[in-house]
Every structure is written in C-alpha cells, then in structure tokens.
Write a protein of this length. Structure first.
Length: 455
C-alpha cells in the first residue's frame, strides 16, 4: 500500500507527542509499505504552496511551504490554496489511503479532496482543534470548558485589549491595531461559530475512520455529533528502549534501600505553559515540608496565546524556592537520563489532554507517577494501584499525594513495579495496517477499542 500521512509538524523541526507518534508509526509501517508524510515548513527557500521531497530512513518527506490566506475566522480552518497543493501531491504520489494526524496550520478542505477523489481517509483526534480554535478547551483565564458552549466561546475568542495595552510603548499602536482588526474580522459571533460547527461536523462525518486515543476523547466527539459507527479507540504506542535501563535499575532497588530515603526527587516533563500545570506542582512542593525533597522541572517555556509571561513568572518563583530547579528545554535523547534522576514523575495538567504520552514514559521507566484526575489521565491511572491521582489544579491535594510517597516507601515501590501494559508502536502499526487494508479493500470500518484501556 501507499500511505500518505498529513500532520502539522514532524521531527526534527517540530518535536512533540503527535509528531513523535507520527514519525514512529511511519517508520514502522515503512517496513512493509510505501509511506509519505506531508507537513508544513516555514523555509523561505520554498515558494508558497509548493513542497520539497526527500527520503529519510525509507519514509518520503514532503515539506510544504504554507501561508495563512486572509484574517477571517474561517481561514483558521479552511484554505483553498493548501487544498489545491494537496490535490497536486495526490495526483503525483498516488496514495492508496490518507491518514491525517493534525490539520493545525493546514486546511480541513483536504477532506473535500479525498472525498472527491474517492480516497479512503483516517483521522486521529490528537487535540480539540476541530471544536476549539484555542485547541485545548480551556479559556485564557484557565477556566476549563467542560461543555462546548458557543456563547462562552464567542466571549473567549474576543481580543483582550489589556494584552495589547501592556505591550512596550513603541509596540503598543501596532498591537492595538491588530487587536481591532482581529475583533472586526476574526473574532467570531455565536452564529458564526454555529455555522462553523455545521461545516465541521459534515466534514468529519465524511472521514471513513476516526481514531480517538482514549475513551474520554471518543465520547467527547460522539457528543459533538460524530458517528460512533465510524470511530475507534486506539491507544498511542510508546517505544523507548532506552528506558529499560532505568526500569531495571528501579526494579533492582531493594525495599530496604528505598526505606532509607528521607526526601524524594520529584520531577516534571513537558512544555512550561499554564495548561500543563507546572505552577500547581510548584505550589504543592513549596509546602511539602519533607527534608531532602527536591523538584526538577524540565521543559521549555512556551507562549500561551501570545502571552509569554508565564515562563518568566514561574522561573522567578522557582528561584525563590529552595530545592526547586528549572532546567529548561531538553532533547528526547536525554529523557532516560532525566527519568533516571527522578523518584516520582508528576503530571499536573489542568486541561483534559487527549492521551498523555508522558505518563506512559514514566510507566516504562518504572518511575511512580502522580497525575491529575482529569480526562484521559484519569483513565491511565488506577489510583493506588498503578499510580496516584489528585484533583486537577488542587495544590493541597497534590501535596498530600507527594507526602504519601515520601512517607510510604512500600507504596512507592509497589506503584513503580505494578504492571501497566503500555501499548507498543509495533502493536499500533499492526492495528493501523489492518484499518488501511480494510478501507482499501472496501470493508466497512470495525468499531471497537485497541489497547485503549491498557494503562
């Protein structure tokens, strides 16, 4: 088969959970199939809406230069020039099946092309972008959107004049002008959002198979109006051979040596941005009152909808906190070493996530995990058996969980060594290969779950 992946980014230019998942799947499937990957690039050496092809480890890369066309709200999701470029690529490469991982920076009109051409299509719901322009179903003030309420969305998507006004004096006129243009052209009304919903539902309903990485995510999109008969839950495969050494080291630790530890090394992995909740973890640590305990936060500060103050404020608070260290950006090749220096991994996200690869990386390394009891994170952890959970955003509840692991080495060791059943990339590739083959042969999509309830 010839399988064409479409995604918003790809390593090494962009490195994140979706990008790594797409890369690992593409390489696994390339052992038996022809695999190509289309993703955007900002390289000015390319003309807009053209691509550069290159072979990397048996996978054909199509790096495409794309640009946003216009400032209307609809341009966030639809771009006719990207659709035309995609159709030219389809004509040239002739895939048997198209698998979309993410259309951020791209265009949902790609599905119009596949439908018109009779190309079987698969889509992963790696985020909430198709229903939330901010992507995470959480407001800029960090109030979680438990339901999709378009009146609330319309208020959320209006520009905040204060952000523009707080820019340096020399930048303020331009910032205010942009905010005004955004409010006129791009800030959507309730009616506009509802029209967008109708168009988006029609588009997604035409996809042959829609993949959710968790049962929580699947239920959210069934509620949104997708056909459950076209949906499957497939847990994301996580492959990290380098974490076996860490897992073996933890497993060889004796109960006696674990009991001698007075404090613990708590750690955080991931982007340093408000929705990931590093501030909740820091607040919990500041009052832990367990001598010898430390906190290491690994990750690069990222702007949150244009506001980059979060990383600076967190760094200042960390400098004022004895035992806490902000290490900054890390490369995936450093992950094993980082986890080897942790006694406990904390995942304090305050948005739903959609799967959470970080939890599985902790599982593979036999590092006990504490995570927010929210969405797919709650699915991943059986509290007290495979990890500990706490009320999302509640620093006091998190602090209590952290203290439990300091004070109870037996619990800590049991959580580290409990079986979790992380799905492998090869398992993922086998499932997707079956889905693609069924679509190409014209078989109806099978509804079901593939490793979704494997922690």
């Amino acid at each position: 088969m010839r399988i064409l992946y479409v995604t918003h980014g790809y390593p090494p230019a962009r490195v994140g959970g979706v990008e790594i998942h797409a890369e690992q799947l593409a390489r696994a499937l390339a052992k038996d199939h022809d695999v190509g990957v289309l993703y955007p690039t900002m390289d000015d050496a390319l003309d807009p809406f053209t691509w550069r092809a290159k072979d990397v480890d048996g996978v054909e890369h199509f790096e495409a230069r794309v640009e946003r066309d216009g400032i209307r709200f609809e341009n966030v999701y639809w771009n006719a020039k990207i659709d035309a470029m995609f159709e030219r690529l389809v004509n040239e490469w002739k895939p048997d099946v198209v698998h979309v991982h993410s259309l951020v920076f791209l265009s949902f009109g790609i599905f119009d092309v596949t439908r018109r051409r009779g190309l079987p299509t698969v889509m992963n719901l790696h985020d909430f972008f198709s229903v939330c322009p901010l992507g995470q179903r959480i407001r800029k003030d960090l109030d979680l959107c438990e339901t999709v309420d378009r009146e609330r969305c319309a208020r959320c998507l209006r520009p905040d004049w204060r952000v523009a006004w707080e820019r340096p004096l020399a930048e303020r006129p331009v910032a205010l002008a942009r905010a005004a243009a955004y409010r006129v052209f791009k800030s959507p009304s309730v009616a506009r959002l509802e029209r967008q919903d109708e168009r988006m539902r029609a588009t997604l309903r035409a996809v042959d198979v829609v993949i959710a990485p968790s049962e929580f995510q699947r239920r959210q999109f069934v509620d949104y109006g997708l056909d459950p008969e076209r949906m499957r839950t497939v847990a994301i495969g996580v492959e990290r051979d380098d974490l076996r050494v860490v897992a073996e080291r933890v497993a060889s630790e004796t109960a006696e040596s674990a009991a001698k530890v007075r404090g613990l090394r708590f750690g955080y992995l991931g982007s340093v941005m408000p929705t990931k909740g590093a501030h909740v973890l820091l607040e919990a640590f500041r009052g832990i009152d367990r001598p010898g305990s430390t906190l290491d936060i690994h990750g690069e500060a990222a702007p949150f909808h244009g506001d980059d103050s979060y990383g600076r404020n967190l760094a200042e608070r960390i400098r004022e906190t004895p035992g806490a260290t902000l290490h900054g950006r890390y490369d995936t090749s450093q992950l094993a070493g980082i986890l080897d220096r942790m006694d406990v991994l904390v995942v304090p996200s305050i948005w739903y996530e959609t799967f959470c690869i970080t939890i599985r990386e902790g599982f593979l390394a036999n590092v006990p995990v504490i995570a927010s009891r929210l969405g797919p994170m709650a699915e991943a952890i059986e509290d007290g058996e495979t990890g500990l959970s706490f009320r999302a955003g509640d620093a006091t509840d998190l602090r209590d969980a952290m203290r439990r692991l300091v004070d109870d080495p037996t619990l800590r060791r049991r959580l580290a060594l409990s079986p979790k059943g992380v799905v492998s990339v090869d398992d993922n590739a086998a499932v997707y290969g079956e889905i693609y083959a069924g679509l190409v042969e014209g078989a109806p999509p099978r509804v079901g779950s593939d490793g979704a309830d494997a922690n």
